[in-house]
Design a protein around this ligand. Structure first.
Ligand SMILES: [Zn+2]
Ligand SMILES: [Zn+2]
Length: 84
């Protein structure tokens, strides 16, 4: 008689973005209205429209996206930079 060992499939854990915070509160510089937004993992947001006063927010000079300029938490790319 022959016995076979059954190999169970191992789940490969992806840890790359696990520790990142992907919620940021954007504060409008015009009316101080605060709105929670999801941070996209791959690309930051370049244009954000305030839901209260309608002002179009663009990143400040030197910032890569509106999360870095107006958010409580910077974008995913910036968070990764800090972790390294
Ligand atoms: Zn506003
Ligand atoms: Zn950014």
């Amino acid at each position: 008689m022959m016995e076979r060992n059954i190999e169970t499939n191992r789940n490969i854990e992806k840890v790359s973005f696990r520790d990142l915070n992907l919620k940021s509160i954007i504060t409008c510089p015009e009316c101080n209205y605060q709105q929670e937004e999801n941070i996209p993992i791959i690309y930051g947001k370049y244009i954000y429209k305030c839901k209260n006063c309608g002002k179009i927010l663009l990143p400040k000079e030197g910032d890569c996206c509106v999360f870095c300029s107006y958010g409580s938490i910077p974008c995913a790319a910036k968070q990764k930079e800090k972790n390294i």
